[in-house]
Design a protein around this ligand. Structure first.
Ligand code: ADQ
Length: 491
């Protein structure tokens, strides 16, 4: 954290992200502040707390919508007030077209290999362009120098980097794409692929979680654009401007501040079992996700079924607790997933349950972070079964939560996290037998082995934490600025 702030000495950072770090909801007892279930917020909020600046986001809470002046700022976090939040309010049609339509029915399935067909509608695209312009304008209103540092986040804002660049040619624009970038063949499906790539190339740096995503992006530039590719430097050159393309595997804050207020692992184990009506010696697995088809929740429950089929000793003793936050429920595919997950949990519970015993506990609600961390601490294992995931921060949070150095992570090979957390039990989530066996191995794993694996993962996550992630991007940006200054002087 201190290295990060030293890179930013006197700088005011501006973040552009769709999601707000805090949602202010109107309730009969006054304004309630909620923490959204979002990997992007989990990663970036601690970075913003460490530096000063402005977070520009889509206003989603009910508290200020009608009353707030369009340019009003709110100081956050509540009580601490380290930075400001500037909300951009969208009409229902804009939100439907830009967010639900183009971003989440188009780009999200396009970028994830999860066998969901992307939908591209011309009117959604028009909203996407217009809303990107609206946010780019809001960002430009917030700057107070000619060469500000602007962090553009995710697939909602592929066009904003170029729009900002046109108004602020000397800005340092760091764009991070939080989801996978697919092969050129796949990106070619998008009718506006050139505009998307050209928009991103307004950035000084385009960051992805893995080298593979960077290679795919460079391949897409090569296939669809006229730009020159400097392969040695991993840069795209357009005229006198270059955009670096670099992997920056994202992470979480360390130490996680939510842990400060939590009781010991033993106390969390007891309180969670009591809350769920489980016996004190029940074995427990946990899954924490937004209810999204890329997270492999159906495959996860089927793997629990395989575990109980193949390893009878766990029948009646093992319970898998799935916390699933409803997500993007305006989209039919998400509502259908919700119904299928519910039916599957009922079916598995009918097959193996009896008396007070239920092998699956499905808690379909948003939970605030202290509850999520209490569940991580209470479980014998955490199973992350994404069919495709840029990084997956749940895996890293589970590791951070286990200061008792116990507990086993079972992790899909299709997450970016599987590259960082090699001591997890890595599985193919489609191979239900293998995943069921891995959970059985986790439940039988001697404490000594659990400790060795956990210690090594904890070392990894503590060292490569989110401050390091942001710091590396800023160091590369500083180097780029230096080179541009030098070449500007020479030419
Ligand atoms: P997400 O798809 O949102 O992020 P992930 O990285 O797993 O996924 O983060 C989810 C976050 O939401 C975690 O902090 C988790 O604790 C929280 N959360 C999940 N379910 C919850 C629930 N039921 N209640 C409350 N909180 C819950 C995107 C990409 C990822 C990438 C991140 C960061 O899809 O691949 O890791 O951005 O770049």
């Amino acid at each position: 954290r201190s290295t990060l702030t030293s890179h930013l000495e006197g700088e005011r950072v501006i973040i552009l992200a769709n999601r707000e770090p805090y949602i202010h909801e109107k309730t009969p007892d006054g304004v309630k502040v909620l923490h959204p279930a979002s990997g992007l917020v989990t990663a970036l909020e601690p970075v913003m707390r460490a530096c000063s600046g402005v977070w520009v986001a889509h206003g989603s809470g009910s508290a200020d919508k009608e009353t707030a002046d369009a340019r009003a700022h709110v100081k956050v976090p509540p009580g601490e007030e380290s930075y400001s939040l500037r909300r951009v309010w969208l009409s229902e049609a804009e939100e439907n077209g830009y967010y639900y339509g183009f971003s989440n029915e188009g780009l999200w399935p396009l970028c994830h290999v999860a066998h969901a067909r992307p939908v591209f509608r011309a009117e959604d695209w028009e909203h996407y362009v217009r809303v990107n312009r609206k946010f780019a304008d809001a960002v430009c209103e917030e700057v107070d120098t000619e060469d500000p540092i602007i962090l553009v986040q995710d697939y909602h804002f592929a066009l904003a980097p170029r729009m900002i660049r046109e108004r602020l040619p000397r800005a340092t624009i760091l764009t991070f794409w939080h989801i996978p970038w697919p092969s050129a063949e796949r990106i070619g499906i998008c009718p506006w692929r050139e505009e998307i790539i050209q928009g991103l190339l307004g950035s000084s740096i385009v960051g992805f979680h893995t080298q593979q995503h960077c290679n795919n992006f460079i391949e897409a530039v090569d296939t669809f654009m006229e730009s020159r590719i400097d392969r040695e430097a991993n840069a795209i050159v357009q005229g006198s401007r270059r955009s670096l393309v670099r992997p920056y595997p994202i992470s979480i804050e360390w130490p996680v501040h939510w842990l400060e207020e939590l009781p010991s692992v033993g106390a969390c184990r007891r309180s969670v079992r009591e809350e769920l009506g489980l016996p004190e010696d029940a074995l427990m697995g946990v899954g924490i996700d937004r209810l999204d088809y890329t997270k492999g929740i159906e495959e996860r429950l089927q793997a629990v079924d395989a575990l109980l089929t193949r390893h009878p000793e766990f029948r009646g003793r093992f319970t898998f607790v799935q916390l699933a936050a409803p997500s993007r429920t305006k989209i039919a595919r998400y509502r259908e997933l919700n119904d299928r997950v519910e039916a599957l949990a009922d079916e598995i519970n009918a097959r193996w349950g009896g008396g007070a015993y239920r092998p699956i506990v499905l808690l379909r609600a948003h939970h605030e972070p202290p509850t999520v961390f209490r569940y991580y601490r209470a479980a014998e294992l955490c199973y992350v079964s994404s069919l495709h995931d840029g990084m997956n921060l749940v895996a890293k949070e589970f590791v951070a939560a286990r200061d008792d150095e116990n507990g086993v992570l079972v992790l899909s090979q299709f997450t970016g996290a599987a590259r960082d957390l090699t001591e997890a039990l890595i599985v193919n989530p489609y191979d239900l037998g293998q995943a069921g066996d891995a959970m059985a191995a986790a439940l039988r794993m001697p404490e000594e082995e659990q400790r060795e694996r956990m210690l090594s993962m904890r070392r990894m996550v503590s060292e490569f934490n989110v401050y390091r992630w942001a710091g590396r991007m800023l160091v590369d940006a500083a180097e780029l600025r230096r080179r541009e200054r030098v070449s500007g002087r020479l030419s």
